[in-house]
Design a protein around this ligand. Structure first.
Ligand code: NAP
Ligand code: MG
Length: 494
């Protein structure tokens, strides 16, 4: 069914918004940043630094110390001292007090964190303000509450911290990923060496400031900035007792190989290629919003992004039309504008990767659709993109793109939807849109995904565990489940 020219579903919809720029006055970016080791900012031993830039403008923001093997060594030694000196034996109640203070300071300085996150990483201020920063505070509040209740979390068992935890995080939710890592580790009595991502180190360093302000004892949290080599030095350090990694499946596999000869407890939170399934009885407009939110939120730099739309054949044409119409009114541009929906791609490298993968999709024969939108001249930008005419074998339907790129395929029966959804090496998340409760429950059981959202998408709560199946990794973050990877069994309660 082709809609007539005057069909309201396809008519252009033009609404201009006045600029609504977020003030950057709350943020004061230093020229240089050191490593945060043993409670102080210190230079790297090598004196080497790297630049972090604003991906929306390509403006140089600061030079940041690049941690070497020596620096990782210093940080692990500081964490060991802190663990053995006091932190490991401190009561949960006292640990919790520090964590509540961190949570409150994140709230008090929320605007500063949000603006800095947006400047350093390119995501819309609306997202950093309303999602990243509130969830980061929520994570600390939630795990602060567990710190003195571990005996109730694991009844009948005595548990103890591992000791020093090495933690490596990606650039897509810089502060939130730091919070997801630090909060459960501190609640359970571990000390930490954290390695933020190269392109987005600034909010982790602002968090270091908070950590100092709240009086967390030196060495409990150490932050060693740098690129992949710094991460590898942390992985290889024999002084860590636990390793937690969030990032790509490729690097995750490398880390698993590198640590396989050691008895090192490991959690891997890796990539995804989530199926987002729309049935013919779903509330169409809500489903369109859900699909758009699922893939274009944070420019698609989301491990659980709903990047594969599976739509029931009988409504596919109508649904795709409405989706394209909605895409046409997404506002792409200055991430600091409060009306912006789609911000900048995080780095030149990521932009290249997205461009290459989309080109491959076109070469394989999928149909590309991108709404007309003006891309700013400077900075790294990619328009919201949808592929139709996609086959299971197409690389755009198989590989994680980690950008604003959606593929559309159809199905006829629930079983076919399940088969297509599960036909992937990943298994992090999935979404279902249908009015039928029994179908939601049946689908959720069949889908091999760590998180399944129904009639919504991208909902996060610190009480809810998150993590993958298959090549999306193992271990869970969030909730009671998120405590377990930071604890070892220390016998039964007498
Ligand atoms: P990445 O390239 O794997 O990097 C992740 C982190 O590891 C970064 O800090 C990176 O440093 C560091 N690193 C790179 N090479 C390393 C090595 N050989 N040894 C140790 N550390 C190393 O991933 P990314 O591009 O930053 O992030 C995107 C990926 O993260 C996507 O695949 C996404 O799905 C996944 N992700 C998963 C979750 C989840 O919860 N499952 C959440 C968010 C993101 P540099 O950045 O400095 O290179
Ligand atoms: Mg940056």
């Amino acid at each position: 069914m082709t809609p007539p020219d005057n069909d309201p579903r396809t008519e252009p919809f033009d609404l201009d918004y006045a600029p609504a720029p977020q003030s950057t006055a709350v943020v004061d970016i230093a020229d240089e940043y050191g490593l945060f080791i043993d409670g102080d900012f210190v230079e790297s031993r090598s004196g080497r630094t790297f630049a972090t830039t604003n991906p929306a403008t390509e403006e140089h923001l600061a030079d940041v110390a690049e941690g070497s093997k020596d620096d990782v060594d210093r940080a692990v030694a500081a964490a060991r001292n802190a663990y053995e000196g006091h932190w490991g034996a401190l009561s949960g109640r006292e640990r919790g007090k520090y964590m509540f203070r961190i949570a409150r300071q994140i709230q008090e300085r929320a605007r500063q964190f949000a603006v800095l996150e947006t400047i350093d990483g390119g995501k819309p201020i609306r997202e950093s303000r309303d999602v990243d920063i509130p969830l980061s505070a929520a994570w600390f509040f939630y795990y602060a509450g567990w710190a003195d209740k571990l005996e109730y979390a694991f009844p009948g068992r005595r548990v103890a911290p591992h000791g020093v935890a090495g933690q490596i995080i990606p650039w897509n939710f810089p502060l939130m990923m730091a919070a997801w890592k630090l909060a459960p580790a501190l609640a359970t009595g571990n000390t930490v060496v954290l390695k933020p991502a190269e392109t987005t180190p600034l909010t982790a360093l602002l968090l270091a400031d908070v950590i100092r302000d709240v009086g967390l004892p030196p060495g409990v949290v150490n932050i060693v900035t740098g690129a992949g080599a710094t991460g590898a030095a942390l992985v290889d350090h024999t002084g860590i007792d636990k390793l937690a990694f969030t990032g790509s499946t490729e690097v995750g596999k490398r880390i698993q190989r590198a640590t396989s000869g050691r008895r090192l407890p490991l959690t891997l939170e890796l990539g995804g290629k989530a199926a987002h399934i729309v049935f013919d009885d779903s509330a169409v407009d809500q489903a369109v919003e859900g699909i758009v939110n699922g893939i274009y939120f944070n420019q698609g730099h989301v491990c659980c992004a709903g990047s594969r739309l599976l739509v029931q054949e009988s409504v596919a044409e109508e649904f795709t039309l409405r989706l394209k119409r909605r895409m046409a009114v997404l506002r792409l541009g200055d991430p600091l504008d409060k009306n912006t929906d789609v911000g900048a791609i995080n780095s030149a490298e990521q932009l290249r990767r997205i461009t290459d993968m989309v080109d491959a999709g076109v070469a394989e024969g999928a149909d590309l659709h991108q709404p007309d939108c003006d891309l700013p001249e400077r900075g790294y930008w990619y328009p919201p993109t949808v592929f139709t005419g996609v086959q299971q074998s197409h690389s755009v339907a198989r590989d994680e793109i980690f950008g604003p790129v959606l593929t559309v395929q159809t199905f006829r029966t629930p079983q076919e939807a399940v088969d297509k959804a599960n036909n992937t090496p990943y298994g992090l998340s999935a979404g279902i849109w249908t009015e039928k409760g029994s179908r939601i429950l049946w689908m959720a059981e069949q889908l091999r995904a760590g998180v399944v959202w129904a009639n919504t998408y991208n909902q996060f709560d610190p009480a809810s565990p998150f993590g993958g199946y298959k090549e999306s990794g193992f271990g869970r973050e969030g909730g009671l489940h998120g405590l377990a990877p930071y604890l070892r069994a220390a016998g039964r309660v007498a």
